[in-house]
Design a protein around this ligand. Structure first.
Ligand code: GLN
Length: 543
């Protein structure tokens, strides 16, 4: 039976609960423990799929096609655990299930309440996610004290009682601020946060204390005394240079040792050598490359979390410091493609809707004409296809039907039918719901021999994750191919175009899928590595 590690956060948000959780997963995995990770999110949306990227950040897509919180991306990047639909749920989804059962009469006329019905459903989902692993780490979104997360905390309280000591442990992440005027760190917010936890019946076993300044031994002792946590279990966490240092730093402070001791797990010590290699490569690059990133959700870069990480990973692989130059697609619309002059590599990420799309098409055209390495992801592939249609194939005003339903040349159009990874046929029409109806999740793609992508992957069939509603329109295939577009990848049944390239171009790849979701710091990803390599070449030519 699996053991549970609960992670809660206090004092303020954005302390890095996701990174702490992911780092612990990496540590335990390096001790040969089979881990899995679950994120419980306190909001009412069924999933983050319909939430604005500038409010909620990226939607991370799992192999089995769930639209999930971006923290699941961290879990996959830090560990070998593969996230599935059951690894993330929201308050809304819990209520939806309970209400569904109520309508069915499954509560036999009883009054349906937060305790026990909502908490029972939460506990059921936690135990479901724990199946098959030795340790399940459960991260609770939000901050202790929020109304929204109370049912989750109550469920944790019940589970702790039911499981007993040694089958579960509670880690609370807090902030120990440094006050400039006073010249010292302050422990009071941590004391208050623990008091808040206690008021709902939760006594933490481990405190991880984020602080910019060192926390002295005396202060650790004070925190321990006021919070009834063993001093050894008051773990200071200073700011780190890169998130990938998390497993190493927390190991130095004794986190994994304490957790396995508490949970009475017999296992070897942590071997974090692969993480040391990652950090060394990242901190001591031998070259540097500026990548021009033409996006539109630039107010909140979390909207591009996995993508930014994937570029960092490619840098780690080649010991290159990747510097991202963010260019607002609308700026290109206003000021022209000249703003891209001198670019060594251009990336157009995924996106939705009209705003900035013409700027993205112009960026693809600029990269094509000036032989600048181009990586277009999903919407970035659509932009590249439209550029070729308009400017090489003479299809004036070609567009995606996402933008212009009545376009004369719908080279990108609504995807009406596809086969999911299990072989089931999915169909869609204009009138479907917006939530959860895109082509989602991992599907196989066959790469054409002789193509750049085939060379980069070194394999004929690859599996990558999707999240889109529109696709390449095959009615235009022969025209666009004659104009110089290479159809380099297709879905396994051959019906959907998955990858496009450009003839006579040093490096141009547009992919319908999102390769960023499968990149990791230790393994990188062939498309991103190839892109950075090509960018370095172009940069050398330019200089
Ligand atoms: N908006 C496009 C579509 O729905 C692309 C989506 C994306 O970039 N993820 O097909």
């Amino acid at each position: 039976m699996s053991r549970l590690v609960f992670v809660t956060g206090g004092v303020v948000s954005s302390l890095g609960k996701g990174i702490l959780t992911a780092s612990l997963a990496a540590q335990l995995e390096s001790r040969k423990i089979k881990v899995n990770v679950l994120k419980m999110d306190p909001y009412i949306n069924l999933d983050p799929g319909t939430m604005s990227p500038v409010q909620h950040g990226e939607v991370f897509v799992t192999a089995d096609g769930a639209e999930t919180d971006l923290d699941l991306g961290h879990y996959e990047r830090f560990s070998n655990a593969r996230m599935k639909k059951i690894n993330n749920f929201t308050t809304g989804s819990v209520y939806a299930e309970v209400i569904r059962k109520e309508r069915k009469g499954e509560y036999l006329g009883g009054t349906v309440q937060v305790i026990p019905h909502i908490t029972d459903e939460i506990k059921r989902r936690v135990m479901l996610a724990s199946e098959g692993s030795e340790v399940l780490i459960v991260e609770t979104g939000g901050t202790v004290g929020d109304i929204e997360s109370q049912p989750f905390l109550e469920a944790i309280r019940q589970l702790r009682l039911e499981l007993g000591r040694a089958r579960q442990v509670l880690i609370h992440l807090t902030l120990v601020p440094f006050l400039n005027k006073a010249g010292e760190v302050k422990t009071k917010p941590t004391q208050h946060s623990v008091k808040e936890l206690r008021s709902i019946g939760l006594q933490p076993d481990i405190l991880v204390c984020r602080s910019e300044a060192p926390i002295s031994d005396a202060q650790r002792e004070k925190i321990a005394l006021f919070t009834s946590v063993e001093k050894r279990a008051v773990i200071p966490l200073k700011d780190i240079d890169t998130i990938y240092e998390g497993p190493i730093e927390l190991n130095k402070q004794g986190l994994d040792d304490y957790v396995v001791e508490y949970l009475q797990i017999d296992c070897p010590p942590a071997d974090l050598s692969s993480w040391k290699q990652v950090v060394d490569a990242q901190m001591e690059p031998t070259s540097s490359l500026k990548i021009t990133f033409v996006g539109k959700y630039l107010e909140l870069l979390d909207a591009y979390k996995s993508l930014i990480e994937a570029l960092t990973h490619a840098g780690i692989k080649s010991k290159t410091r990747v510097v991202i130059d963010y260019v607002d697609a609308e700026k290109i619309e206003r000021e022209g493609v000249e703003v891209l002059d001198g670019a060594s590599a251009i990336l157009v990420p995924g996106g939705f809707g009209q705003r900035g799309f013409e700027g993205k098409i112009a960026a693809a055209g600029f990269a094509r004409e000036n032989k600048v390495p181009y990586l277009g992801i999903c919407y970035g592939m659509h932009a590249a296809v439209i550029d070729v249609a308009r400017n090489l194939a003479g299809l004036e005003k070609a567009n995606s039907t996402e933008i212009d339903l009545k376009t004369d040349h719908p080279v990108i159009a609504l995807i009406t039918e596809w086969q999911d990874s299990s072989g089931r046929i999915e169909t869609r029409s204009e009138n479907d719901d917006l939530g959860g109806t895109m082509r989602l999740g991992e599907q196989a793609c066959k790469l054409a021999s002789g193509s750049l992508s085939r060379h980069l992957y070194g394999e004929e069939t690859v599996s990558e994750r999707h999240r889109h509603r529109y696709e390449f329109n095959n009615n235009y295939a022969s025209q666009l191919v004659s104009a110089g577009l290479v159809l380099a990848g297709h879905s396994e049944d051959g019906t959907l175009v998955e990858v496009v390239e450009i003839e006579d171009h040093p490096w141009f790849v547009g992919c319908q899928f999102h390769p960023e979701f499968t990149s990791s710091p230790r393994n990188g990803h062939p498309l991103f590595s190839g892109f950075v390599e090509a960018g370095l070449k172009k940069q050398a030519e330019n200089s």
